[in-house]
Design a binder for this molecule. Structure first.
Ligand code: SF4
Ligand code: SF4
Length: 454
């Protein structure tokens, strides 16, 4: 509805910049100087059907280009229609300078239609939020403040030799993704760091600062991998998954589930480890049905032994016993915070930290249930589009593996309510007492585990 591609005198910011650089701001239809120019902010940005995000630079760009027009022709008129004018920090001073220019009219309003007149002038219909009524404005030239989209959206750039694909995995907007809250520069390919507009829309100054951050991360990565250690979030961890490949059935679960594309496969489908790519999340350990993936410091046997070491009260004591397998990244520190804030929770729960919910091997659940635990809670990071999982999709994978858990419960003739997955953010520690109380209530309603005391 904004007429780009239909009317010659509707251009983008980029085309406007090229005209300014050439020294002539003109109507493309006939090459005559543009005496009135209208800027349309958020043209496609902050729109759930197009680019839902703010590109951060467009408001500043229009203010700058408005001055180009005014400086070139002091008789010219400039209109800027915006949803919100975003000029953070000291840029507010520049905004003030443009506001003082009597030839620039800034108004909050939504351009709902643009049409062309016989003389190729453009007529803009504006739903004017400030005056509460529609207004019409005519201009020689319309410049659309179009947003930024990652160049990786349409073409392959890197051609990496990874089984899971040659480019960086991206988020729902097409930017390379990792855990953007805690590790902003990390991508899902170890040793590759995204900065500037590759990572998210930003201006030149922010891109330069961002590049410095990414370069520091790259230096850190080179130093750590040279020592055999991994990078975030298990920085400095020297352990590495050991694959006992003699017993591998080539089921490919580990290669498919590794969130970092660490493992390639040989022709038969046997995993080929790549130590420098590995983040030591343990998801391959959780995925392997043969239980042949283990770390020196984290193994199937180790957690099984911890589960077996927990005292399980018998039926006569009338006390339930619940096992909580808790992700060490957010959920376990959340338990710490609950303790520091003196929040009490049911004393019948025993907690074992794990590297990630994705590192939970279903055999531990079977072990715990056959030992007589009445219920098992798995608590990990949030998943979905706005995930907080430090290993990208570990908690989500555990959720999708719930079919295997259901199978295990059915084979033991146990109720599905005995195993539950909960998502918990670090700042939600106050939910812990309620979350546990609710699970204990469910377990009391289901009754004691019949395997108790066997
Ligand atoms: S530990 Fe994690 S990153 Fe390393 S191979 Fe296993 S799944 Fe991949
Ligand atoms: S998950 Fe285990 S059995 Fe399957 S391919 Fe990987 S190492 Fe082999």
């Amino acid at each position: 509805h904004l007429g780009f591609g239909k009317y010659a005198n509707v251009v983008t910011h980029e085309q406007m910049e090229q005209m300014a650089r050439s020294g002539r701001i003109v109507r493309p239809s006939d090459g005559r100087p543009a005496r009135s120019v209208a800027f349309v902010q958020c043209a496609g940005s902050r729109d759930p059907n197009h680019l839902p995000y703010c590109s951060t630079v467009c408001c500043m760009n229009s203010l700058k280009q408005a001055l180009y027009v005014r400086e070139k022709n002091p008789e010219s008129t400039v209109y800027i229609f915006y949803k919100d004018m975003r000029t953070p920090g000291l840029y507010e001073g520049f905004y003030g300078r443009v506001q003082e220019d009597e030839g620039v009219f800034l108004t909050k309003g939504e351009v709902i239609a643009i049409s062309e007149e016989g003389d190729k002038r453009l007529r803009l219909q504006v739903n004017n939020a400030l005056l509460g009524e529609n207004i019409e404005v005519k201009a020689d030239l319309v410049a659309l403040a179009t947003g930024m989209a990652p160049s990786t959206l349409d073409s392959q750039i890197l051609h990496l030799a990874y089984r899971l694909g040659g480019d960086l995995p991206v988020d729902k907007y097409g930017f390379p993704n990792s855990h953007f809250i805690c590790f902003p520069y990390e991508t899902r390919r170890t040793g590759i760091y995204a900065a500037g507009c590759v990572r998210q829309p930003m201006d030149t100054a922010a891109s330069a600062r961002d590049a410095a951050g990414a370069a520091l991360k790259a230096i850190q990565c080179i130093e750590m991998t040279a020592r055999g250690a991994t990078v975030h979030p298990r920085a400095n961890d020297l352990s590495y998954p050991d694959f006992y490949l003699k017993r591998c059935t080539q089921c490919k679960r580990c290669t498919e589930e590794c969130p970092f594309g660490t493992l390639n496969e040989d022709v038969k489908g046997t995993p080929e480890p790549n130590p420098t790519r590995c983040r030591r999340c343990g998801i391959c350990l959780g995925a392997c049905p043969e239980r042949i993936v283990n770390f020196a410091t984290f193994s199937v046997e180790m957690i099984s032994a911890m589960i077996k070491a927990v005292e399980v009260p018998d039926e006569t004591e009338e006390k339930p016993r619940v096992l909580a397998l808790v992700c060490e990244n957010d959920a376990y520190p959340a338990f710490d915070l609950a303790g520091m804030n003196r929040l009490g929770y049911d004393p019948n729960v025993r907690i074992i930290p794990v590297r990630c919910l994705g590192s939970i091997n279903v055999v531990w659940i079977k072990d715990a249930l056959s030992r007589g635990f009445d219920g098992i809670l798995m608590i990990g990071c949030k998943y979905g589009d706005d995930y907080q999982c430090h290993f990208i999709k570990g908690s989500e994978l555990m959720n999708t593996r719930s079919d295997n858990i259901r199978e295990a419960l059915t084979s033991m003739v146990l109720e599905s309510e005995r195993v539950r997955l909960e998502q918990l953010a670090l700042d939600e520690y106050h939910r812990i007492p309620g979350l546990i109380a609710e699970f204990m209530e469910t377990i009391r309603a289901v009754g004691f585990n019949p395997f108790k005391g066997m």
